[in-house]
Design a binder for this molecule. Sequence first.
Ligand code: MN
Length: 193
Amino acid sequence: MIHTLPQLPYAYNALEPYIDAQTMEIHHTKHHQAYVDKLNAALEKYPDLADKPLEELLKTLASLNIDETDKKAIQNHGGGHSNHSLFWQIMGPKKQVDEQLVSEIETAFGSIDEFKKQFTDTASKVFGSGWAWLARDEQGKLHLHGLPNQDSPYLHGHTPIIGLDVWEHAYYLKYKNRRPEYIENWWKVLKLI
Ligand code: MN
């Protein structure tokens, strides 16, 4: 199986004015494409791993008996591909609220506002490049994580539900160094809640 770049479910300018078209286009066609290409390159000598669904590959990565450099490449680029594929899906120009998720978040965090506050805090505190995550463990419990680089929650056995990319490439053209402003505006394009 060759991993491929998924199409965006909306136009590059659809998330304006919160996320600008130029950032979206570069993020999708350059950054995400590079993760896909480098993942495929890392999997060239492991045809059996290349045939696995990406989630499965990331979940079982730690236990694989392969070269550590290749494992790290799969962690970084497989994570990058998986993370961005979800990121495009959970954003949109129109709200498509997931009532079940809203209800679960209210139960777990007390309220949507409290969840947003804690998630924003997690995203603000990621040092350098990384992501903030709402993820579900095997028992179905919701957790917040700040993870470095392109580390996927799947590496820890958790299923990602909501992820926010806080790499500078996700916001620097429009927001420069103002990560808090990017995070605040990002809630407006998160369609799920
Ligand atoms: Mn990114």
